[in-house]
Design a binder for this molecule. Structure first.
Ligand code: NIG
Ligand code: FE
Length: 411
């Protein structure tokens, strides 16, 4: 695979193999005039630029180099789009009222069932190209638009096919989200749907290594705390990491459940209670915040500042999906996190790198610039990391490097 070197870089990175909690998120390790060397896809040197090595190198000319971004919450494999629902919401309909009248997730379920694997793969690859341009080197991808065995598998297989491509620009961490909605064929039989997932789908997904993690939409009117607990306990017994869509629309107790089960992450958390925040902090649950979704749903932002000050490890992700938030914008995520949730630029960087990696169970191999980790880097077109939120909603990435290969270069 060969070597990649970048020299004269202003390097900023969190350190370690686990999520950084609380205000320590704001303390990045920095190296002025630094160098990173990647050998066969793995970081083999980080430190001051060496003058005694003369292998070819990219000259960063003092620009900022960070770990590749980890977008740890997306629903990137789906059929169709739902622009009409977006317009209904602009006129005042709520996300839940659209879901209750048969739109929402079930709308995309129909389109995803109809789509061929090739169609889904091509669409997913287009998203991945855009992600690489914005500095993403790992993305989490959920199933959850099939809600039947065949289509859930189809979504997971599309991600597996992309991961098997040696030229892929982004690695996909896969999550089974069969519990995204109760499918029409199980109407009023949510318990039976959960039994089916526990008995038929989860063991098969595990056997075929199609997903690393298991997620549930724990929300009033979708899956209750009790139902979520039952499913996630079964998933844990099979060896899945667990994640929860928690307290997105109303306070449901999802953050508390995440603490009780020591989940990898609880996500959204717009309406997380004080007890829920404490439960996450006490139990090492990554609080994954998705400010683009609050923005597009016109909801109040999650209490990111308070969560960090309470000792939580916070991650940031986009939530790219066809419904609540049809955006995978990394620049806008940084801007909203800093402007509206009170994160410092350094905290937001930790949230988009190491803490995102921890939220998908990958902090030992990605998320920081340290020897032995994957050679995933992003270079900004600036000598200050402040460009990330300051250049509001616009891309400041000059180069993205995945496993030592350049996947995007702007100049
Ligand atoms: O994270 N809330 C549940 N799931 C997605 C939305 C999915 C959709 O609307 O298609 C979310 O917001
Ligand atoms: Fe989501």
């Amino acid at each position: 695979m060969g070597n990649f070197r970048i020299i004269h870089a202003d390097i900023y990175t969190p350190l370690g193999n686990e999520a950084v909690k609380g205000t320590a998120m704001g303390r990045l390790h920095s190296i002025k005039d630094g160098e990173v060397e990647i050998t066969d896809g793995i970081i083999s040197y980080v430190g001051p630029t060496r003058s005694d090595v003369d292998s070819p190198a990219v000259d960063a000319m003092g620009r900022v180099v960070l770990p590749g971004f980890v977008d740890s919450h997306t629903h990137l494999v789906f059929g169709g789009y739902r622009p009409e629902e977006f317009m209904w919401r602009m006129r005042g309909d709520s996300y839940m009222s659209i879901m209750e009248r048969g739109g929402g997730i079930v709308n995309t379920m129909k389109a995803t069932r109809e789509a061929s694997s090739d169609e889904l793969e091509e669409k997913t690859r287009r998203f991945i190209d855009r992600m690489a341009e914005m500095g993403v080197t790992t993305v989490e991808g959920k199933s959850g638009y099939g809600l039947d065995v065949e289509t859930e598998m189809k979504q997971l297989e599309v991600m597996e096919r992309i991961n098997n491509d040696p030229e892929r620009k982004v690695d996909i961490a896969t999550t089974y989200l069969g519990a995204h909605a109760v499918p029409p064929e199980y109407k009023d039989r949510a318990e039976e749907y959960i039994d089916m997932m526990i008995n038929d789908v989860l063991p098969e997904v595990k056997k075929r290594s199609l997903a690393e993690n298991c997620d549930v939409f724990c929300e009033k009117g979708v899956f209750s705390v009790e139902q979520s607990r039952r499913l996630l306990n079964a998933a844990m017994r099979l060896g899945f990491g667990i994640k929860i869509h928690a307290d997105e629309i109303v306070t449901t107790g999802g953050a508390e459940l995440a603490g009780e089960l020591k989940a990898l992450s609880a996500d959204h958390l717009l309406h997380a209670s004080d007890n829920g925040i404490k439960a996450m902090a006490d139990n090492g649950v990554v609080a994954t915040l998705l400010p683009l979704t609050a923005f597009t749903l016109r909801e109040p932002y999650a209490r990111g500042r308070e969560m960090i000050d309470s000792g939580c490890a916070v991650a940031l992700a986009t939530d790219l999906n066809p419904g609540s938030c049809c955006s995978g914008s990394i620049p806008l995520t940084f801007a909203l996190a800093c402007i509206y949730m009170g994160l410092s630029v350094e905290e937001a960087i930790t949230a988009m790198t190491l803490n995102g990696a921890a939220a998908i169970g990958c902090a030992a191999s990605i998320g920081s610039i340290e020897t032995g980790k994957l050679g995933d880097l992003v270079m900004l077109d600036s000598d200050t990391p402040a460009i990330l939120p300051y250049y509001t909603g616009m891309n400041s990435v000059a180069m993205t490097v995945k496993r030592g290969k350049v996947t995007y270069r702007n100049n």
